[in-house]
Design a protein around this ligand. Structure first.
Ligand SMILES: Cc1cc2nc3c(=O)[nH]c(=O)nc-3n(C[C@H](O)[C@H](O)[C@H](O)COP(=O)(O)OP(=O)(O)OC[C@H]3O[C@@H](n4cnc5c(N)ncnc54)[C@H](O)[C@@H]3O)c2cc1C
Length: 321
């Protein structure tokens, strides 16, 4: 068992954690990043990324994250292969325990553990992820320009994704397993007023249909939740929009979370309910959920953390005098 100490401890190695590390290292805080089970974060699970600024040509998600890791290391970040299983935020330095028993101590803590999309859990969904099946219309909608697409879900996200997809597709189907939506009324009004969106009620996904070869998704088989009847909708894009799981279990009871389980931060900052603990990226953002916004709030967390430490150190020096 080893104890690793640093001024700035960062949990998570997606765009948020690595951006915090780049700014933190350049501010002299010699950060340690505990990478978790998904080094590089969610973008390592995708292929083409066309919306991260700075690249005129399409880049690959895993390549982008390798570049961010290398950049963080070049400026002085230490990356650790570990997953945190226990936290003590009652006093500074904050003390976190890795799953092999190593201890991590940080004068400030930046939480960037992300939020995973919920999936339906079907084999055919796994098979066709990235080949027609997606959980993010903002990320992937552009790839389905002029094609038929379907969204699965009935909450705000599903209705928003269906509306967003009409920017690209002339033929959007919204599939919902009940006979009414949970989405806000204003969103439903916009949805029902849109001629390009068709709603299929009382239908759940029985399977995603593989066209074989390089075709990818060609349709979705649906089961009627009332009659049990099976039907098929022909689409090239299927967007699963049934919610996200913020990775905050570890912090329940230690930090304020909002009603959906995301880390609550002071508006316009990355400050959490515990002074010296900051949160950035998808773990505190249920609205935008993009790599560039995660990187942006990662930068904010490092700047907030640096100011917090500088103020704390000044107060200690003042008291000593
Ligand atoms: C398939 C797919 C395609 C996407 N395409 C795009 C796109 O084209 N453009 C775009 O802008 N966005 C895209 N996104 C969204 C984007 O990936 C996320 O918004 C972004 O990765 C969020 O960054 P993050 O750093 O907040 O969290 P994440 O990238 O989710 O990273 C979370 C990190 O926390 C770590 N972690 C979790 N728990 C622990 C723990 N207990 N201890 C230590 N570490 C822990 C994980 O290992 C991981 O490294 C896509 C997402 C997916 C799933």
């Amino acid at each position: 068992m080893t104890t690793h100490t640093t001024k700035m401890l960062i949990l998570g190695s997606g765009p948020a954690g690595l951006s915090a590390a780049i700014y933190g290292a350049r501010a002299g805080m010699a950060p340690i990043v505990v990478q978790g089970i998904q080094p590089g974060g969610q973008l390592t699970t995708t292929t083409d990324v066309e919306n991260y600024p700075g690249f005129a040509d399409v880049i690959q998600g895993p390549w982008l994250m390798e570049q961010m890791q290398a950049q963080a290391e070049h400026v002085g970040t230490r990356l650790m292969w570990d997953t945190i299983v226990e936290v003590d935020l009652t006093r500074r330095p904050f003390r976190l325990i890795g799953d092999g028993g190593d201890v991590y101590e940080g004068d400030v803590l930046v939480i960037a553990t992300g939020a995973q999309a919920k999936w339906l859990g079907l084999d055919s969904e796994d098979l066709l992820k990235g080949k027609g099946v997606s959980a993010c219309a903002t990320c992937d909608g552009f790839f389905y320009r002029g094609k038929r697409v379907a969204v699965i879900g009935g909450g705000n996200t599903a209705v928003e994704e269906a509306l967003y997809l009409t920017n690209h597709s002339p033929d959007v189907t919204l599939i919902h397993r009940r006979d009414s939506f949970r989405a806000e009324k204003i969103l439903q009004d916009r949805l029902f007023a849109h001629k390009g969106i068709k709603v299929l009620w009382n239908k759940e996904v029985d399977g995603f249909v593989d066209g074989g070869g390089t075709a990818g998704l060609v349709g979705i088989d649906l089961r009627d939740t009332v009659t049990g009847e099976i039907s098929r909708v022909d689409v090239e894009g299927g967007f699963v929009a049934i919610g996200h799981h913020p990775a905050t279990e570890l912090f329940r009871g230690h930090l304020a979370l909002d009603s959906d389980g995301y880390i609550a931060v002071e508006t316009g900052t990355t400050r959490t309910s515990v002074p010296g603990v900051f949160a950035c990226g998808d773990v505190m953002d249920k609205v935008y959920r993009q790599a560039v916004t995660a990187a942006g709030t990662g930068c904010m967390a490092a700047l907030d953390a640096e100011r917090f430490l500088a103020t704390a150190e000044f107060e200690v020096a003042e008291a000593a005098e």
